[in-house]
Design a protein around this ligand. Structure first.
Ligand code: C2E
Ligand code: CA
Ligand code: CA
Length: 794
């Protein structure tokens, strides 16, 4: 119901209905009022007309009677007979006169006041019957001699009321010899003709006079009929009910009006002490009958108009709301995801505009939805597909039962880029990397799934294809990238997993991730997932548990790799490199367990062991007369310790190892994590005379100018720039410029990874201070080293 009332169409319809009702009620009220006025006018008009008509008729009769009485009085013949007293012929003559005006009464009165002729004419059944009046020969009731001028024009005779007029009969001049008079009866006939003229019921009423009236009356009340209180002596209505009679009498005598009737009355005077009234009346309903009919017609018209206009209002309101309904339908249609149809809601300017706006809105929803959909399935930074898209596409592939393969690619050292050069540069590196990977988009879905992780998803990939794929990847990705004045070497580590029956995307991704981790910890460029890697991972867990024991129980061994002074071609230093001689697994390389030690807080113990071992070896060599400086690798974890510096100094003092014989090799990344703290530590070490060397130089992202701030003595150019030095022109440029810059900064340079003689010669020529590498010797146990050294001096 509420819904229904709330609907626009209902509201418009309601508005029309209210408007209509208001207009109709106003017009009804106005016509009702004017109708009422018209009624009043009609009623008063009717009465005014009635009065005029009555007056005219009544006066006319008076005038006619008196004029004729005068004429008759001048008739000599009549006079003669009157004087002669020939009664019979006089009556005949009198009747003749009467007939001429159709009078109902003719009276002749002698000078003495005696009625000498009284003729009453009665009409019945169309014939006139004339008879002598009952007063023939009697004295006339009115005194004509004295009161002729004021003679009452009304006369009652034998129960009938007459309207009479007299004229004196004179003889020989002016002596009055008698009177002659004529009268018309006041009766139903007169009432009838009045009624005909006025359209009202008419009549005459004779009412017994009040006592007061009687006293006033000059004429004694001699008529026996006057004792009757009142009577109708003429009436136009054939049926004049007692009820109606009572209403009329009430009006005439007590002036009591009745709502249903209009009345008019006139007192015609008194006769024999009784009042004579003329009256007219009519029922209001009769007068107003035509008006009422008109009124009914009007109401009928209004009532007829009402449903018609309601129907019109309904049609209009539904027409107005139709476009809105159409738009609602369209909106529902759009909500279901249909965007193609255009909206046309009508021909008016506004509706057209609305339709256009609606279509526009539809289109912008489409484009926004596309954008959202794109965002949901794409990485905003690189515009490559994201994890959702990978999920979507590979789910389809997996459903079809394909042999899909994933290649998870990790950008190396992106965290360092972010930390040293800022995230803006990091983003640029990611974008560049993405662009290089996009090369594969014709064969694979290229996705970025997290910060430095990308995926190449192949619908079908076989293990045999991986090697060539990786070579191609290497070629596309693994080369330098120059951002402003910074040269960055974009490298990656990849893990490949290939679909096996019964696994899902999550597992496939996890396997690729395991492969990546394996490649990383084995310093490989890539690794294909095999179940053995997982067991390796398992091994890693075991190693974690066993490492502490290994440190405590001397399962670790130090190997030594010589560092040669290129100028003198003498072995002046060694680098101490730790190995784990595992009782079951054999020799474990440091790349496997050093990261574990770093992550499990065992670096202090490990470095402690290495340093002790190296110092012990130093003393052994000293005892053998071999003077070698020893370089020990220090992890970032060590630099985080607050008292690391004190600890080393104390250790050197305790073991009586000369500070100058020890070099600490620190990678750039060790400084990056907390530069202020690291620099403070390094400065303290340097202050005590320790030699500091930056290890793996060139793989990190610190520039030489940044290195200037570090209190170091030596740069170790990373082996990746040295191993192919003779074949790679870029490497030569890098190594050469590093040498120059380092020398400008007063640093000596060590090149590691020398694997051939040419490289050694090249470096010697370029003025590199020291060299290290398999060409000289692999890292060796102390005993093997001693042997090797002995051979060298030969
Ligand atoms: P590093 O400090 O860069 O050590 C040099 C690594 O390069 C050694 O691997 C060495 O065997 C290898 N190498 C030397 N010359 C050549 C060459 O001509 N060609 C090739 N291909 N490789 C060469 P190693 O001994 O496996 O050590 C790996 C890494 O483990 C070291 O890299 C170092 O970062 C870490 N490490 C080793 N011992 C310790 C240690 O006692 N303490 C700490 N904190 N880290 C250590
Ligand atoms: Ca080193
Ligand atoms: Ca190194």
């Amino acid at each position: 119901m509420f819904n229904f009332m709330n609907r626009l169409q209902t509201q418009i319809f309601a508005f029309f209905v209210i408007l209509l009702l208001a207009v109709q009620s106003i017009s009804f009220w106005m016509s009702f009022n004017s109708n009422k006025q018209l009624e009043q006018q009609q009623l008063s008009n009717q009465l005014a007309v009635a009065e005029v008509v009555f007056q005219a008729e009544y006066e006319n009769r008076n005038y006619y009677l008196s004029a004729f009485a005068e004429t008759a009085a001048k008739d000599f013949g009549l006079k003669d007979i009157f004087i002669d007293g020939d009664n019979r012929s006089f009556l005949v003559a009198l009747n003749n006169h009467r007939k001429r005006i159709n009078a109902n009464l003719a009276i002749a009165v002698s000078a003495e006041g005696k009625i000498i002729g009284e003729l009453v004419a009665n009409r019945s059944q169309g014939r006139e019957k004339v008879a002598l009046g009952s007063e023939q020969g009697h004295a006339f009731r009115y005194s004509l001699a004295t009161e002729f001028e004021n003679i009452n024009p009304l006369y009652l005779l034998d129960g009938k009321l007459y309207q009479i007029k007299f004229s004196p009969l004179t003889s020989g001049g002016s002596s009055v010899i008698g009177w002659v008079g004529f009268g018309y009866v006041i009766d139903d006939k007169l009432a009838g003709s009045l009624a005909q003229l006025t359209g009202l019921s008419s009549g005459f009423y004779l009412n017994a006079a009040t006592a007061q009236d009687e006293q006033k009356s000059a004429v004694p009340n001699t008529n026996p009929e006057a004792s009757v209180l009142g009577q109708f002596i003429g009436h136009s209505e054939p049926e004049f009910s007692h009820e109606l009679q009572a209403i009329v009498v009430n009006y005439l005598i007590q002036d009591l009006r009745h709502d249903d009737y209009i009345f008019w009355r006139q007192s015609l005077g008194t006769v024999d002490g009784q009042h004579v009234f003329a009256y007219m009346f009519q029922s209001v309903s009769d007068v107003l009958q035509t008006l009422e009919q008109q009124w009914l017609k009007q109401i009928g018209l209004l009532l007829l108009l009402l449903p018609v206009s309601l129907l019109l209002a309904f049609i209009i309101s539904s027409k107005i709301t139709r476009p809105i309904k159409q738009l609602i339908e369209q909106a529902k249609f759009i909500a279901k995801g249909n965007y193609d149809s255009s909206v046309d809601v009508g021909s008016s300017l506004e509706l057209k505009q609305l339709g256009q706006e609606f279509t526009l809105m539809q289109q912008s929803i489409v484009s926004r939805e596309k954008k959202i959909a794109h965002q949901a399935f794409h990485d905003p930074l690189t515009s490559l597909a994201n994890g959702n898209e990978l999920n979507r596409v590979s789910s389809a592939w997996l459903q079809q039962g394909t042999s899909m393969g994933l290649c998870l690619i990790n950008i190396r050292r992106l965290t360092e880029v972010n930390l040293t050069l800022g995230h803006a540069v990091g983003d640029e590196v990611i974008k560049e990397f993405a662009q290089r990977l996009a090369f594969f988009s014709d064969r694979a879905l290229v996705c970025r799934i997290s910060g430095d992780e990308f995926v190449l998803a192949f619908e079908s990939l076989a293990t045999e294809q991986v090697a060539s794929l990786m070579a191609e990847l290497q070629q596309q990705v693994d080369h330098k990238y120059c951002y402003h004045d910074i040269m960055l070497h974009l490298q990656f580590t990849a893990g490949v997993s290939i679909f096996q029956q019964g696994i899902d995307l999550v597992t496939l991704l996890r396997q690729a991730d395991t492969a990546v981790q394996h490649a990383k910890s084995n310093k490989l460029d890539y690794q294909i997932y095999t179940p053995e890697i997982d067991s390796n991972t398992l091994d890693r867990f075991q190693l974690i548990n066993e490492l502490k024991h290994a440190i405590d129980s001397d399962e670790l061994v130090l190997f030594y790799q010589p560092k040669m002074c290129l100028k003198s071609q003498q072995i002046t230093h060694v680098e101490a490199l730790v190995r784990w001689q595992h009782p079951k697994k054999g020799m474990i390389p440091p790349d496997v367990f050093i990261p574990i030690a770093e992550k499990t807080g065992q670096m202090h113990g490990l470095t402690h062991w290495v340093l002790n071992e190296a110092i012990a070896q130093y003393h052994k060599w000293q005892a053998l007369g071999i003077n070698l400086g020893i370089a020990v690798n220090i992890s970032a974890e060590n630099l985080k310790e607050d008292n690391f510096c004190e600890w080393i100094i104390t250790l050197l003092q305790q073991t009586q190892m000369p500070v100058s014989a020890l070099t600490l090799e620190i990678t750039e990344d060790a400084v990056v994590a907390d530069p202020d703290h690291a620099i403070a530590q390094l400065k303290a070490l340097k202050m005590h005379g320790l030699k500091l060397s930056i290890d793996d130089y060139g793989t990190g992202y610190s520039s030489l100018t940044q290195l200037k701030q570090l209190p170091v003595d030596e740069l170790k150019i990373d082996k990746s720039f040295v191993q192919q030095l003779m074949t790679d022109n870029d490497d030569q440029i890098i190594v050469n410029s590093t040498l120059q810059l380092a020398h400008n900064l007063g640093l000596s340079v060590v090149a590691e990874g020398i694997e051939d003689k040419a490289t050694l010669t090249w470096l010697t020529e370029k003025g590199c201070e020291m060299g290290q590498g398999f060409y000289l010797s692999r890292p060796l146990s102390a005993a093997a080293f001693n042997e090797w050294l002995a051979k060298q001096s030969v």
